[in-house]
Design a protein around this ligand. Structure first.
Ligand code: PBG
Ligand code: ZN
Length: 306
């Protein structure tokens, strides 16, 4: 059987400040937090295997976090510098950046809070637009807002356009469910909310119609790529969305989905390579064009017969 080709894959990576450091992520075997120079090194075999894009997440020390997530849009922030370093090493790599605040705010929520502790949607949109612009200025090809604020795509598009970045694309996390499958990622990103949860701004999994509407609203606002996240538990949504848009769709095969297969294989309850192939094929079969996948850096091993 032919497996999905490497050109469909986007590798999500976690970048930290400094040089020459790799911090393996316990909850996600095979993935590490990397300084930009190590990322450049680790990208070599990945690029050689035909993977053409990375999605960069920044991770900073708790001591650099504040109530407004200021480091998220600093000119010399961890993501901004990583984009430049990776760009100079791989001029043709498609570089995507995650645009959110949860890894930069001391409270761990995806936006700016009102005094009552709820996220202020409009103030957050303003910050998200500044973050996206700073990523575009560093050379990101595609910005990927994941905060799930209403109107975030429109706000970012307007900011990019008025600043001369009409050609920077937006991949919106257009249908992102309030899921229990993000646990390993929150460990990787050190971004778990300090109190409360994200149900106020992420989609309820019991309401498929609303989930599709959310994606179509992002299309109206100017998104260039739509996304369904998580992927494996939402194949029905991928397939329904495929029928109502002509935009490319990305499916995010999230951390919990990734680590569950490894945990199962570790116990001898399944063959890892076979599980990776079957589940990745399922996402593509459901209609996704792109797969955001932690298997991307293991493409040769998992997806080819070598
Ligand atoms: C937060 C964000 C999350 C993921 C990507 N961006 C976690 C969350 O919403 O809590 C999850 C990715 C994964 O689990 O692999 N902006
Ligand atoms: Zn967030």
């Amino acid at each position: 059987m032919t497996m999905p080709g490497p050109e469909k894959f986007i590798w999500p990576v976690f970048v930290i400040e400094g040089v020459n450091r790799r911090e393996p992520i316990d909850a996600m075997p095979g993935q590490s937090r990397l300084t930009a120079d190590c990322l450049v090194e680790d990208l070599k075999p990945v690029v050689d295997s035909g993977i053409g894009s990375v999605l960069i997440f920044g991770v900073i020390d708790d001591t650099s976090k504040d109530i407004k997530g200021s480091s998220a849009y600093a000119e010399n922030g961890v993501v901004q510098e990583a984009v430049q370093t990776v760009r100079s090493a791989y001029p043709h790599l498609v570089i995507l950046t995650d645009v959110c605040m949860c890894a930069y705010t001391d409270h761990g929520h995806c936006g700016i809070l009102d005094p009552d502790g709820t996220v202020n949607n409009d103030v957050t949109n303003h910050s998200l637009a500044q973050i996206a612009l700073s990523h575009a200025k560093s050379g990101a090809d595609i910005v990927a807002p994941s905060a799930m604020m209403d109107g975030q795509v429109g706000a970012i598009r307007a900011e990019l356009d008025s600043s001369g970045y009409q050609d920077t694309l937006i991949m919106s996390y257009s249908t992102k469910f309030a899921s229990s499958m993000y646990g390993p990622f929150r460990e990787a990103e050190k971004s778990a909310p300090q109190s409360g949860d994200r149900k106020a701004y992420q989609q309820s999994y019991g309401d498929p119609k609303q989930a599709i509407r959310e994606s179509l609203m992002d299309e109206e606002e100017g998104a260039d790529i739509l996304m369904v996240k998580p992927a494996l538990l939402y194949l029905d949504i991928i397939s329904q969305l495929r029928d109502c848009t002509d935009l490319p769709i990305a499916a995010y095969n999230v951390s919990g989905e990734y680590s569950a297969l490894i945990a199962s294989a570790d116990r001898g309850w399944g063959d890892l390579k076979e599980m990776v192939r079957e589940s990745t094929t399922a996402m593509v079969r459901a209609g996704t064009d792109l797969v955001i996948s932690y298997w991307a850096n293991q493409y040769e091993e998992m997806m080819t017969d070598k």
